[in-house]
Structure formats: structure tokens, C-alpha cells
Design a protein around this ligand. Structure first.
Ligand SMILES: C[S@@+](CC[C@H](N)C(=O)[O-])C[C@H]1O[C@@H](n2cnc3c(N)ncnc32)[C@H](O)[C@@H]1O
Length: 292
């Protein structure tokens, strides 16, 4: 907002209501910023109620990942309690028509854990969609063999090549923009055959199975558990967005969600406890945007 217009807006708010001016200033300072702090404290004490359009995040999975400061091996009951508090905090800050996209994976040896965590969030929000994030797939019959992964050394378990993205909303009634991430029809005959298809052209709902391979990394791994840029991009597009949209990532890590939000022209907020990851995220944001 150019300085002169901003000054006029501030003056008119001041003249009509002084406490509204304070609130407006708090709002302005919080957007397009990332904070080194505990996310539940950040959400509960730093963010207004019903102020966030989209949360895209991936918490520590509690599977022993070697983070810089977070200990990823809590007692499982403590971890569930933490995720319960997290769900409560998300409900408070989310707008009534907001979306929480909650990415979580688990170990091949304990595939039920992700659902137990999702159930904690479900104490506060409704599960509107369950998306399966597929990282690698081989269909030799169709000449398909795509994506890469680190093979697991096990005689009993298959390589775990998927994670979940649980889409939570307040009332299970948030309209989503399915065609924004739509795909072309495999059988073009269906475009003329079905009424809905005719109006949408060669674009259909891609469904809840998303193939997103990891970004190819040339440099040394700067964070042990990044998700690909395409993941938050698809979530934000599916929810629908505009320059007014506020995107939050409470477990920011290397900053992927905020980088993507900024690239799409949305507002962003991020929380992360670790100083090294905050610096990493800031570097990325500076490189691709005018973030200061
Ligand atoms: C799975 S990683 C997120 C990775 C991120 N999606 C990315 O693409 O880089 C989870 C992150 O949560 C951070 N974290 C752990 N406890 C936290 C807390 N209480 N508040 C905020 N961040 C926390 C960890 O340091 C870690 O970077």
C-alpha cells in the first residue's frame, strides 16, 4: 500500500475508533512475517481469532527424525496431547470458511499412528477430505515408473511411499476449487458425453490421490523433512486464493509454505522454534520476494 494512502486509512480509522486502529496496526505487522517461537503460543497469543484463511503444515511425526533442536521421540501420549492442543489452536485462528491441510506420515511398521493424530485434530475440526500424497509409483504395465525414495532395509515391510494430507474445516462445507488443480480427461470422448464436463472443457477433478515427487535436490540437505513446493501449492489452489488470502504454517521448517504463498501473491505467517531453520526460511524468502 503506498505510504500516502496508508496514512489516510490510518487517520480515518483513528478518527472513528482508536482501538480499531490498534487492532489494524497489530494486523499489519503480523502479516508476511515468520517468527521463531512455539507455534501454539504463537497462534494462541499472537494471532486474532478467525483471521487465517488457509493453514498448510506438517508437524514433526514423532518418528525419530534428526531435527536441529526438536526431539522427535516424545512419549506417544504426550505427542497426542500436543497435537490435541495444536488442533484447538488451529480452530481458534481459522476463519469459518478456512481450511487446514495437515500433512502427516508414519512408519511402515505403524500405519495407524497418522489416524490417531488426525483423531486429535478431529476433536475440534471436521475432516472434509483425505488426500493421499504418493511420492513414487510404478505401473510397468502402463510404462510408468516415476518418483524416487530411500529404500527401506526390511524383510517384513514394504517401502512406505505415501503420506496423508488431511483437509480439515470447521463445518465440512467449504467450497473448494477442484478444477484449479484439475487434470485433462484421459478419455476425450467424456468431454462431450457428460454435461458437467462440457462446461469445464478438458479439465476434471483429479481426485484425492496426488502424485507429488520430491523436488530434486542438488545441494546438501538443509532440513531433514521438507515437503515439495508442489504440495502447499496444490493445497492453496484447491482452497482458492486471492491477494487477501492469509496462509499460515505453524511448523514452518525450511519455509516451503511461506515461499509458495508469497509466490502466489498471498499473505503469509510462519512459526518455527529453530533458529537455523528460521534463517534458512528467511534466506529463501529474500531470494524470491521483497520480504524484509
Ligand atoms: C516436518 S518439519 C516441517 C518442514 C516444512 N514443511 C518444510 O517444508 O520445510 C516440522 C518442523 O517443526 C518444527 N517445530 C517443532 N516443534 C515446534 C513448535 N513447538 N513450534 C514451531 N515449530 C516447531 C521443527 O523444528 C521442524 O522444522
Amino acid at each position: 500500500m503506498p505510504g500516502e494512502i496508508l496514512l489516510k486509512v490510518l487517520c480515518s480509522i483513528y478518527l472513528s475508533n482508536q482501538s480499531a486502529l490498534t487492532q489494524f496496526l497489530v494486523y499489519l505487522t503480523k502479516l508476511n512475517a515468520i517468527y521463531q517461537m512455539d507455534c501454539i503460543k504463537g497462534m494462541n497469543e499472537g494471532l486474532e481469532q478467525s483471521s487465517i484463511d488457509i493453514i498448510v503444515t506438517s508437524p514433526p511425526y514423532n518418528i525419530g527424525i534428526n531435527y536441529n533442536s526438536h526431539q522427535d521421540n516424545m512419549a506417544f501420549d504426550d505427542y497426542l496431547k500436543w497435537m490435541n492442543d495444536f488442533g484447538k489452536a488451529c480452530k481458534r485462528v481459522l476463519k469459518d470458511d478456512g481450511s487446514l491441510f495437515f500433512n502427516i506420515g508414519d512408519k511402515a511398521s505403524d500405519e495407524l499412528k497418522a489416524f490417531e493424530v488426525a483423531k486429535q485434530i478431529a476433536h475440534y475440526l471436521h475432516l472434509q477430505n483425505t488426500i493421499h500424497w504418493i511420492k513414487s509409483i510404478a505401473v510397468p504395465e502402463e510404462n510408468i515408473n516415476v518418483g524416487h525414495y530411500k529404500p527401506v532395509n526390511s524383510k517384513t515391510y514394504l517401502n512406505n511411499l505415501h503420506e496423508y494430507i488431511f483437509h480439515f474445516t470447521k463445518n465440512k462445507d467449504v467450497e473448494i476449487d477442484k478444477l484449479a488443480i484439475g487434470v485433462p480427461y484421459a478419455d476425450k470422448g467424456n468431454i462431450t458425453r457428460w454435461k458437467a464436463a462440457k462446461s469445464n472443457g478438458d479439465r476434471r477433478d483429479r481426485g484425492n490421490v496426488w502424485f507429488i515427487p520430491y523436488d530434486t535436490v542438488q545441494e546438501a540437505k538443509d532440513h531433514p523433512a521438507k515437503f515439495p513446493h508442489k504440495l502447499p501449492e496444490m493445497c492453496i489452489k484447491l482452497h482458492g486464493y486471492s491477494p487477501k488470502t492469509v496462509v499460515l504454517d505453524p511448523f514452518l521448517g525450511s519455509g516451503t509454505t511461506c515461499v509458495v504463498a508469497k509466490q502466489l501473491g498471498c499473505k503469509f505467517i510462519g512459526f518455527e522454534i529453530d533458529e537455523k531453520y528460521i534463517k534458512l526460511a528467511k534466506t529463501k524468502l529474500i531470494q524470491i520476494t521483497d520480504y524484509v
